[in-house]
Design a protein around this ligand. Structure first.
Ligand SMILES: C[C@H](O)CC(=O)SCCNC(=O)CCNC(=O)[C@H](O)C(C)(C)COP(=O)(O)OP(=O)(O)OC[C@H]1O[C@@H](n2cnc3c(N)ncnc32)[C@H](O)[C@@H]1OP(=O)(O)O
Length: 724
């Protein structure tokens, strides 16, 4: 591994260039911070140095403070691992330096990286550098003075927006806003930055200390109004995220009592937030997402991904058209195959609507939309398949139809072509059973809407070759998905793990708990909607079909709720026909439909699971746990069976595929934080009262009783509980 170093070279012009080197993103690791303190100290003392330029090696300024240090703090609880950077380095050694310092920015300056740059007296940037303060997405606030300097450089409103959204801007926008002083080509970056620094030393250019500026902040009352609006918005959009309100409070402190006072409060509050569960969860998700790229015996055996330029999608329904949209948006040619012109037209219309929708939302430029659509070709036969690199079959969930398609595509596609199925339920061994191409067959399980949802579950069988898995992982990344490689089983990793989610909700409803209360409690926990509203959205057909599938695979733990069929019989089909648990009218929020209550009562009568025929009493916390602990239990079985490479893959899959709140770290992480023993003993109690659906799995029982975490690798010992 390359060493983290800070170097300094002093030129004959009297400019010291201090360079951060810590590949791949020049993260500000502890040795880098120590190195910066040392070099800035030295440059300040040396008589031959007139001015200083700060830059990053390898075309990237810095990706910010080293997030692995947060991880260490989370594991140990030891805050002393956090170095004092904000005052010691950024205020004392950089901003208050007697020698001018210019940041030469290229590639990216994020978090602490941008904060260092803002402490400098000017910033020169190469084109299209990413500038941002994404700390809130890690559960903290900017901690090197960013909450104070960004508003002073670009104005309060835009600064609040950048911090609360965690989204970066490009240097071109930064120039317009005043964050960047000049944009020059990469080749000229250092030369211009040196001249700029000398220009400041010779008083030809302004010597600006950002923390002392007030001109962009406006009056106190204007600032308070802006912050009030931001607070109200954050309460609605991020109700469970304390860092949003803290960030606004810290900004306000600086506006009322001055930048330095703001910097001090920032440092204090930053340290409190680092230890929060929110930060633990979000930092875990950051690394969990990156870990999915590492698949043993696939990504570590020297294989190179093969280029995938042309993909055939079979089936232009909701999934097929979404998948085709994702591909063409990333410059991959698509042949869309349907069985007749009518269906083909429908598919094409959906794809066009997807693409135009992005344009309307301002997420895609018109010319890019046209370019993407020009990559789509509709066909009714297999002629075009002769030179495709990959096929993704996305027809209805019918085994014999899929088998027939795979026999056909094996014949017409080149022998190197990857044969993927988007099935969400069917065993992939069956899909390719009658072909002799099982080494190139795998699942490409997208989540609906496929051009929006970020997860791609890649399902391999024992026969799928590592090369084919690597190729699909690479395509997944090209089309901006997060590919997670999983094993083959009913429902694969995500649907299998979350199957008990709606089952648990139905058990509670049949035990007499109000369905609308269940939805409210689950939304408050952080899922975008409750289980019943989700059923309305997905349509009851999907629910009934998957319940049947799981009832066959896992009969001992499937609860057959009469409710769904009663709803269908009463003419309801959820959002599809505007009538479900809720009523749906265009332009307004779904409203609870109280006329379903007699239907729920009928279901309760038929299910007959209430003890003494009386509704049970549960707290809100019990509702969350009775719905989500069975999910944890199934996750344990998935781990036990080796369906995922590592526990954190299930975390990322739950966050990206099921919208489990990222700030809770994913389903397994959340359970580990609560404690496996509590999960186990609760399930055991409920299984005794309400049956096998809740029965703890062997894996959960073993881990809980041995004091291990659910995420511990099999060989870990009880001592690892101290990790959380
Ligand atoms: C006190 C301060 O205010 C607090 C902070 O600064 S907190 C940090 C703020 N910075 C961030 O949040 C940026 C986080 N990083 C990113 O968003 C992205 O990594 C990036 C945009 C910089 C680069 O993206 P990309 O090129 O796709 O590479 P990506 O795979 O994400 O990262 C490459 C490697 O660098 C690591 N990395 C990236 N940023 C890191 C950081 N700030 N600290 C430690 N490691 C980091 C990743 O974990 C990954 O490691 P791996 O190869 O072992 O898996």
């Amino acid at each position: 591994m390359a060493r983290a170093t800070v170097t300094m070279e002093v030129g004959t012009d009297g400019v010291a260039v201090i360079t951060i080197s810590n590949p791949p993103v020049n993260a500000l690791a502890i040795p880098i911070i120590a190195g910066l303190k040392e070099k800035f100290g030295e440059a300040t003392r040396r008589n031959d140095v007139k001015a200083i330029v700060l830059t990053g090696k390898g075309g990237r300024f810095s990706g910010g403070f080293d997030i692995t240090v947060f991880e260490k703090v989370h594991k140990t609880g030891d805050l002393s691992l956090m170095p004092d950077v904000s005052v010691d380095l950024v205020v004392n050694l950089i901003e208050d330096s007697k020698k001018p310092i210019v940041a030469a920015v290229e590639g990216l300056a994020l978090g602490g990286g941008l904060e260092l740059a803002m402490g400098c007296h000017a910033r020169v940037s190469a084109p299209r550098a990413q500038l941002g303060l994404p700390e809130l997405s890690l559960g903290v606030i900017p901690g090197f003075g960013g909450t104070q300097r960004l508003p002073r450089l670009i104005g309060l409103s835009k600064a609040v927006d950048m911090m609360l959204s965690s989204k970066p801007i490009l240097s071109e926008e930064g120039k317009k806003l005043g964050l960047i002083d000049s944009i020059v080509s990469s080749e000229e970056l250092l030369k211009v930055s040196r001249l700029w620094a000398l220009g400041i030393a010779e008083r030809r250019k302004p010597w600006v200390r950002s923390l002392h500026r007030t001109d962009k902040i406006g009056s106190l009352s204007e600032a308070r109004d802006t912050l009030k609006v931001a607070r109200q918005k954050a309460k609605k959009t991020a109700p469970n995220l304390p860092q949003h309100q803290v960030c606004l409070d810290v900004i306000e402190e600086g506006i009322v009592h001055g930048g330095y006072s703001g910097v001090l409060k920032e440092a204090r509050d930053f340290k409190k937030l680092v230890l929060s569960d929110t930060s633990k969860g979000l930092v875990h998700v950051f690394f969990a997402q990156r870990a999915t790229s590492k698949v043993p015996n696939v990504t570590d055996i020297g294989l190179k991904p093969r280029p995938i330029k042309k993909v055939a999608v079979i089936g232009g329904g909701l999934m097929g058209s979404g998948i085709a949209t994702a591909l063409i948006l990333s410059n991959i040619s698509v042949v869309l195959k349907e069985v007749n012109n009518e269906y083909l037209l429908k598919g094409r219309t959906m794809i066009e609507a997807n693409v135009r929708g992005l344009v309307t939302k301002g997420k895609l430029a018109w010319d890019k939309a046209d370019k993407a659509l020009s990559l789509l070709k509709g066909v009714l036969d297999y002629t075009e398949f002769k030179d495709v690199d990959m096929v993704i079959e996305a027809v209805i969930e019918n085994i014999s139809l899929k088998q027939a398609i795979f026999i056909e595509i094996e014949k017409v596609c080149p022998s190197r072509c990857i044969l993927a199925s988007n099935t969400s339920t069917i065993d992939l061994r069956l899909v390719g059973e009658e072909t002799s191409s099982q080494d190139r067959i795998l699942g490409a399980h997208f989540f609906s809407p496929a051009h929006v949802m970020p997860l791609l579950e890649i399902v391999r069988t024992e026969k799928t070759s590592p090369q084919v898995i690597l190729d699909l992982m690479t395509v997944g990344k090209i089309i901006k998905k997060v590919p997670v490689v999983v094993g083959n089983c009913t429902g694969f990793a995500v649907n299998r793990t979350f199957f008990p989610y709606s089952q648990g909700a139905h058990i509670l409803a049949n035990l007499g708990v109000d369905v609308f209360r269940i939805d409210r409690v689950i939304s408050k926990f952080g899922l975008p909607m409750g289980p019943f509203q989700l059923q309305d959205l997905a349509g009851y057909g999907v629910f009934i079909a998957t319940a049947k599938e799981f009832a066959i695979a896992f009969p001992e733990r499937t609860f057959l709720s009469p409710l769904m069929e009663l709803l269908v019989n009463s003419g309801r089909n959820g959002k599809n026909n505007g009538k479900g648990y809720y009523t749906y009218e265009k332009g307004s929020q779904p409203k609870p439909d109280l006329t379903i209550l007699p239907i729920v009562e009928e279901s309760q009568r038929l299910a007959n699971i209430m003890p003494d025929r009386k509704p049970i009493y549960v707290t809100d916390q019990e509702i969350v746990e009775m719905i989500l602990f069975p999910v944890v239990n199934e996750a344990c079985r998935v781990l036990d069976e080796g369906i995922v490479v590592r526990a954190s893959d299930l975390d990322i899959a739950s966050v990206l595929g099921m919208s489990f709140p990222s700030y809770r770290g994913g389903i397994v992480y959340w359970a580990d934080l609560i404690g496996p023993m509590h999960v186990y003993s609760s399930l055991k109690k409920w299984s005794e009262a309400y049956g096998n659906f809740f029965k703890p799995s062997r894996y959960l029982e073993e881990r809980a009783t041995k004091g291990m975490l659910l995420s511990d690798p099999s060989s870990s010992s009880a001592t690892s509980r101290a990790r959380l």
